[in-house]
Ligand binder design. Structure first.
Ligand SMILES: [Fe+2]
Ligand SMILES: [Fe+2]
Length: 270
């Protein structure tokens, strides 16, 4: 049985091992996230992204370890994903250094790891990590690459475009394999539902209350209210195997709040 931790009454997977350079926190209240594109906001955004890529690597690797009986072709996909996420982490780390930053300059959270690695079925794990969190990552990358481009940083925008191409594949193989595994497993729909319902419960329990601020005084809800249909990368999601019915659900107004639980697929904190 994997080690767990309790956060706001929810049981989550205990944090993975971390270099002591990192200050690992458990709440967005303790993060140092900024709005806008000031120098420090840019550095923090890249540092957070580097850490999220590292988490994506760890989740894919942990999935290989937790489900040794997964079909060989799926194990190969997960192994290839590990390589992609390593490359993404290294590229982000280079950007951190090029901007005069350093590993551990800002607090980090293992949000995705703590949730996704609670799934005890392979279908549940792929549903939470690849289909949901990395599905949200596709939306976010499309948005971020536009943001960096508008700020005149074509170099960073181009790197994020490259990541997006890889993320489409990470979501696509999960969608393909969830379908394949479902065909041979009558319990599969229940396993998907169980994973989604767990995510809803966690998202609702951890949701910030209006006016809550983070470690640098920024209202946390500033990061959780991006308008739904504008924010969804529909074309990328089509390429990643989302059906038109699923895209119609995602086109509804946003996302993480308990009031819009059907739109949980867009929840991400990357
Ligand atoms: Fe990645
Ligand atoms: Fe990925």
């Amino acid at each position: 049985m994997a080690a767990t931790k309790q956060i706001k009454g929810v049981t989550l997977r205990a944090d993975p091992a971390r270099d002591t350079a990192f200050d690992v926190v458990q709440s967005p209240r303790d993060m140092h996230e900024y709005v806008g594109m000031s120098d420090i906001a840019q550095r923090q955004r890249i540092h957070r992204h580097m850490h999220n890529e590292m988490q994506a690597l760890e989740i894919a690797a942990q999935t290989l370890s937790d489900f040794p009986d997964a079909p060989w072709e799926l194990q190969l996909e997960l192994a290839r994903q590990c390589w992609d996420e390593v490359r993404h982490t290294i590229m982000m780390y280079r950007l951190v250094l090029e901007r005069g930053g350093y590993k551990g300059e800002f607090p980090v959270m293992n949000h995705e790891w703590s949730i996704a690695c609670m799934a005890t079925t392979l279908i549940g794990r792929l549903t939470l990590q690849n289909r949901t969190f990395e599905g949200g990552e596709m939306d976010l990358l499309r948005h971020l690459s536009r943001m960096w481009r508008e700020a005149g940083d074509e170099y960073t925008a181009g790197i994020l475009d490259g990541f997006l191409a890889d993320e489409v594949q990470h979501v696509r193989f999960a969608n393909t394999w969830i379908k394949k595994l479902t065909a041979n497993n009558p319990l599969a729909p229940l396993q998907v539902a169980e994973a989604v319902s767990f995510l809803r419960r966690v998202t609702s329990s951890l949701a910030p209350t209006p006016g809550e601020t983070n470690g640098v005084g920024v209202d946390i809800t500033a990061f959780t209210h991006m308008d739904g249909s504008e924010f969804v990368a529909f074309e990328d999601r089509r390429l990643a195997g989302f059906s038109e019915d699923e895209l119609r659900v995602l086109a509804k107004p946003l996302t993480r709040s308990p009031e819009n639980p059907e739109n949980i697929d867009k929840a991400t904190t990357s």
